[in-house]
Ligand binder design. Structure first.
Ligand SMILES: Cc1ncc(C[n+]2csc(CCOP(=O)(O)OP(=O)(O)O)c2C)c(N)n1
Ligand SMILES: [Mg+2]
Length: 806
């Protein structure tokens, strides 16, 4: 270690702060579990051992190393330690710490939306926060390459990772993608305590990790021994101690850490005692000193940590730090294999309180029991680099979106069109236009750019890369439809197939306005069935309130030729259930144009992040948008897009054919099954002239509006009504509803409950077959025959008075 560091003036204050963080984190959990009222008798929980494991590293980072422009994902179960740090920095309240894991209290796992701007990246589902930092670094590069970064310094994206968290496959997927994209300014710090939730880790894990990161071109820094250990190794007999430590199995080391100084002495004496230098090395230390020495691993050694971090501050290469730590460091839980959810007992807390010199009633006092004057610590805290400069949550102005988007060029011969084709054409038109918002669109796709119809857009706007690269096929004059040119100004980020990466990149790009002060309009495309492959990352992106447009195409059994595994059934239900994501499924391209326009606007709305009773639809808060598209070409309606129709499309439904006053049935359809619904109406209309045809453009928003209206009425707003209630209010009580979509029938099954109409819902419930569309529609009973049969069954044309509603 360089001499300078030994004299580092920060060390005494940092030592006090580290102690305070460990105390506060442990006390916060203790209070929530043992002291606070607990009405329901459920364990509150919280992770004292996991927090302790990171206390030193977090202290080094937040109080010395991190700069204001850096962005951090903290290991989820170190949440209490993180909150303690924010509390000391004046960014977290005592009240919220007292309510930790309680209603409106500090969150169990750091949350951007619920804890506030001190959290850069939410964490919780392990692995996702880690990879998110990698994609945030790509997003930062993108913003910078387009010249939007201003004079703000480049930040470093930092992830604090549990060693067992490294089992998550999405981290490896991200590593490979990061290598392809040449990501920089990235630090991953592995809390190598060799314990997971259940048990002690397998031997030699760090060697695999080291090799892995090196293979991807990362710098690898192993922080194994602390300065006390290094000093001991330099003593006579010290080398033998080092060899013993290196050979010691993880379980044994952990169990000795748990047992403490006497156990260490016995074991080391038994195995190394030589009546010579090693015995002398041991004898010269008290039991307590021996325990401190053996727990003095790199991840708990402040001088080593500062040196490791600060010496790499100027290196842009991605760097992983493998920091040896002790799970439960400094607590009686240290090293015990069952300590993950373990809580210190009341008695243990009494002695821990005494060690920390904390008087009763002063548990939350920031400077209680510290060895330095409060004024000195306060002065230090007000100067930490992390809190200097602008706040953490930046802002960026809203980008105006034109009232209507450019329409696809329509020729007379092109009256047949699919929504996927329409999407590609509209985006290509936007690409051709000079509208300012078009420059902020960034598209991305996991190797399905061409097959989701982004090709026209990419031809116009190029692919993004730090370096220019021409499409070789073009330079070689080989005919090809797509120009695969890369440029720093490119607006498409091409990803490998891993769908997890798509959602994590959308999440990072979709937070760019807050993370980097530049608003982007990210658009991601993938095949609808593969949403499931990245679903947790999609959920994570929404939980963080990232803003993006997801275009999923093709969908449903329209992929008839591809077979069951390619045909999505449940995605419309995902669209309805996923918070923060407004889902649409158009049948016609003019509807799609309205939805796209809405999406670019909705993605930028920024009200209160928590929807309240009046804002259940999130219309003021905004969110992300999911469009479920199809490759099935449909005859396009020739009609003018009136503001009323556009509004109804956004609200979720409109009458394609108004029901008459004596309607016995209506058919409600979604998406690509429009022709079947229209054909069924044609056949039924011969003897049922009042029959209506409802086009449902968004089951999600239609349903959310209905829920909102009911809630509003229950809260005393007697006149509240929803779009679907207004649409259906003139339907006679006896009218039956048949719903149909290329997806799970439950998506529209609720329509009958709105005003109490008997309903039969058609759709797809089982894995598909290969076959022609007609064969498959017949197979599932969602063709015109199936719809007619359902109408006949539900509304057989008997006199009204014989039909009892259900
Ligand atoms: C995706 C996911 N699966 C499972 C869990 C439950 N879980 C929380 S922490 C943890 C193990 C953590 O071990 P490690 O990452 O080594 O952290 P440590 O507690 O040792 O610091 C597990 C399985 C989770 N949070 N997320
Ligand atoms: Mg661990």
């Amino acid at each position: 270690m360089p001499d300078g560091l030994k004299k580092d003036a920060r060390l005494p204050v940092l030592a006090e702060l580290e102690k305070k963080i460990l105390w506060l984190a442990s006390w916060t959990i203790h209070n929530a579990n043992h002291l606070r009222d607990n009405d329901d008798g459920l364990k509150v929980g919280g992770h004292q051992a996991s927090s302790a494991s990171l206390a030193t590293i977090l202290t080094a980072l937040y109080f010395a190393v991190l700069k204001t422009e850096d962005r951090v994902a903290v290991k989820p179960h170190a949440g209490p330690a993180f909150h303690a740090i924010q509390y000391l920095l004046g960014r977290q309240s005592k009240d919220k710490l007292i309510k930790f894991r309680g209603y409106k209290g500090a969150q169990s796992y750091p949350s951007r939306t619920k804890d506030g701007e001190m959290v850069d990246f939410s964490t919780g589902s392990v692995g996702l926060g880690v990879a998110e930092t990698l994609f945030a670094s790509l997003a930062q590069d993108y913003v910078r390459a387009h010249g939007w970064g201003g004079d703000r310094p480049l930040g470093r994206m930092v992830a604090l990772i549990g060693d067992a968290e490294m089992d998550e496959g999405n981290i490896f997927e991200a590593l490979l993608e990061g290598w392809k994209q040449g990501v920089e300014n990235l630090w991953w710090i592995i809390d190598y305590n060799r314990q997971s939730l259940d048990a002690i880790a397998r031997e030699g894990l760090f060697e695999r990790l080291e090799a892995l990161f090196k293979a991807f071109g990362w710098n690898v820094v192993v922080l194994k021994y602390g300065v006390l250990q290094e000093a001991a190794f330099a003593e006579p007999g010290g080398e033998r101690l080092r060899e013993w430590i290196d050979r010691c199995p993880n379980s044994l080391y952990s169990s000795l850490l748990f047992q403490g100084g006497r156990a260490w002495r016995k074991r080391l004496t038994d195995e190394l005692g030589d009546q010579g230098p090693v015995s002398a090395l041991l004898a010269k230390r008290s039991d307590e000193e021996l325990a401190t020495l053996m727990a003095n691993l790199g991840g708990h050694d402040m001088p080593s940590l500062l040196e490791a971090f600060e010496s790499r501050a100027q290196d842009p290469n991605p760097t992983v730090f493998i920091a040896y730590t002790v799970k439960g460091f400094g607590l009686p839980l240290a090293g015990h294999k069952d300590n993950h959810a373990g809580l210190m007992t009341e008695a243990q807390m009494v002695s821990f309180r005494a060690t920390n010199h904390v008087r009763e009633g002063h548990e939350w006092d920031k400077f209680e029991g510290l060895a330095l004057p409060a004024s000195e610590i306060e002065a230090f805290l007000s100067n930490v680099p992390f809190t200097q400069g602008p706040g953490r949550k930046l802002n960026a102005p809203i980008l105006p979106i034109p009232e209507t988007l450019p329409q696809p060029p329509q020729t007379k011969t092109e009256s047949l069109m699919s929504t996927q084709q329409g999407f590609g054409l509209i985006l290509a038109e936007i690409g051709r236009s000079d509208a300012a918002f078009a420059d902020r669109i960034v598209t991305t796709s996991p190797d399905v750019t061409v097959s989701t119809n982004l090709g026209g857009w990419v031809n116009r706007r190029k692919l993004f890369a730090r370096e220019h690269a021409k499409d070789l096929f073009r330079t070689e004059k080989i005919p090809s439809t797509y120009v695969w040119d890369f440029a720093p100004q490119g607006q498409h980020i091409e990803l490998g197939i891993a769908e997890m990466n798509l959602f994590l990149l959308l999440s990072a790009l979709g937070l760019s306005h807050q993370l980097f002060g530049t608003r982007l309009l990210p658009v991601g495309t993938l095949y609808d069935p593969f949403i499931a492959r990245g679903l947790d990352a999609l959920n994570y992106a929404c939980y963080q309130d990232a803003r993006f447009l997801l275009v999923a195409t093709p969908s449903g059994i329209t992929l008839s030729g591809e077979g069951g595994a390619h045909q999505s059934i449940g995605t419309p239900l995902i669209g309805m259930a996923q918070d923060g994501l407004a889902a649409f499924e158009p049948a016609f391209v003019d509807e799609l144009a309205v939805m796209l326009r809405f999406a670019f606007d909705y993605m930028q709305r920024d009200g209160d992040a928590e929807p309240d009773a009046r804002n259940w639809l999130r219309d003021s808060t905004g969110g992300s948008v999911y469009l479920r598209l199809s490759t099935r070409p449909l005859e396009q309606p020739r009609r003018a897009m009136t503001p009323e129709l556009a509004r109804a499309i956004v609200d979720g439904a409109y009458w394609l054919r108004e029901p008459g006053p004596n309607a016995e049935a209506v058919i409600a359809y979604t998406g690509a099954l429009a022709p079947e619904a229209i054909a069924a109406i044609g056949r039924l209309g011969e003897d049922r002239r009042d029959i209506g045809l409802l086009a449902v453009t968004s089951a999600d928003r239609l349903n959310a509006g209905w829920t909102a209206a009911q809630r509003a009425r229950e809260n005393g707003l007697a006149h509240a009504s929803s779009h679907v209630e207004r649409l259906m209010k003139s339907l006679p009580r006896h009218c039956g509803i048949v719903t149909v979509l290329d997806g799970h029938p439950a998506t529209l099954g609720w329509l009958g409950a709105v005003l109490g109409h008997r309903t039969r819902s058609l759709g797809v419930e089982h894995f598909g077959q290969t076959g022609s569309l007609a064969e498959l529609y017949r197979h599932y009973g969602i063709d015109a025959d199936g719809i007619v049969a359902a109408v006949e069954a539900i509304a057989p044309g008997r006199p009204v008075r014989h039909i009892r509603s259900v």
